[in-house]
Design a protein around this ligand. Structure first.
Ligand code: SAM
Length: 230
């Protein structure tokens, strides 16, 4: 019963979001794109290499397995398909991703609109190097990968964005701070996707505050909290 109610709620939110974006049907990820993204992901999930992973909170390094990070931190296929559908439907021109990791979610964003300029930010030098070393995709001409902390990025950015995917530093206070820093960079009708809103009580409390933001409509879809600037 509880799961039926939950499912009904998500479906209703999805319908509302479709209405808000004037989308009749959510675009499906074509098989060739799905295969390309799977091949991209597989380079990392089958790697036997290790690297120095920096915890951006403490600054501590630990040796991590590329394969384990790829499996535990990269977006799932189902959520990736939804991210793709959002970009495909909305066709943003300027996309910001905070939290590249190995770039799997970046691939879904890229395939959603190959003409969009994508800026993707990753603070851990080791993770940044692993992605850079293994991926030689032509897609990257459209994508600017930056090895910076989110705060350093906000201190130097001059671009504006009409689609933002925030998938890193899952801390409530930090998420609220990033939202404030994002506000002056947003174009009208920008979509902001907050990942992992159920990560912790603290993250969910932050999402409850974000939902109240003036001038935005909010939607909740499984682990995503979505704000659309009006
Ligand atoms: C969950 S992973 C991103 C996964 C990726 N979006 C995907 O689905 O393929 C989060 C990433 O954010 C990075 N990160 C966390 N806090 C950060 C910060 N304050 N500045 C820059 N990068 C940060 C981490 O190093 C990690 O690689």
């Amino acid at each position: 019963m509880a799961s039926a109610l939950k499912f009904g709620y998500y479906s209703a939110q999805k319908e509302l979001l479709k209405k808000e974006l004037s989308v009749s049907v959510w675009p499906e990820l074509p098989t060739d794109k799905e295969l390309a993204i799977s091949a991209y992901r597989k380079q990392f999930t089958t790697s036997r290499k290790t690297f120095a992973k920096t915890d951006l909170g403490t600054g501590n390094n630990r040796i991590a397995s590329v394969s384990k990070v790829a499996k535990s931190s990269s977006i799932s296929r189902i959520n990736g398909q939804f991210l793709y559908a959002l970009v495909r439907a909305f066709q943003p021109k300027s996309i910001l991703e905070l939290g590249t990791c190995l770039g799997v979610s970046t691939q879904y964003l890229f395939h959603g609109n190959k003409l969009a300029k994508i800026t993707s930010v990753e603070g851990c030098p080791g993770t940044f190097g692993v992605r850079q070393g293994l991926s030689s995709q032509d897609s990257e001409q459209q994508i600017q990968f930056l090895n910076q902390s989110f705060i350093d990025f906000f201190n130097s950015v001059e671009t504006q964005f009409d689609f933002v995917f925030l998938d890193g530093h899952h801390d409530g206070k930090a998420t609220l701070q990033y939202f404030e820093l994002l506000k002056p960079l947003l174009l009208n009708h920008t979509i902001i996707v907050f990942d992992d809103i159920h990560w912790s009580a603290d993250m969910f409390n932050a999402w409850k505050q974000l939902k109240q933001a003036q001038g935005f409509r909010s939607f909740e879809l499984f682990q995503f909290g979505i704000l659309v600037k009006m």
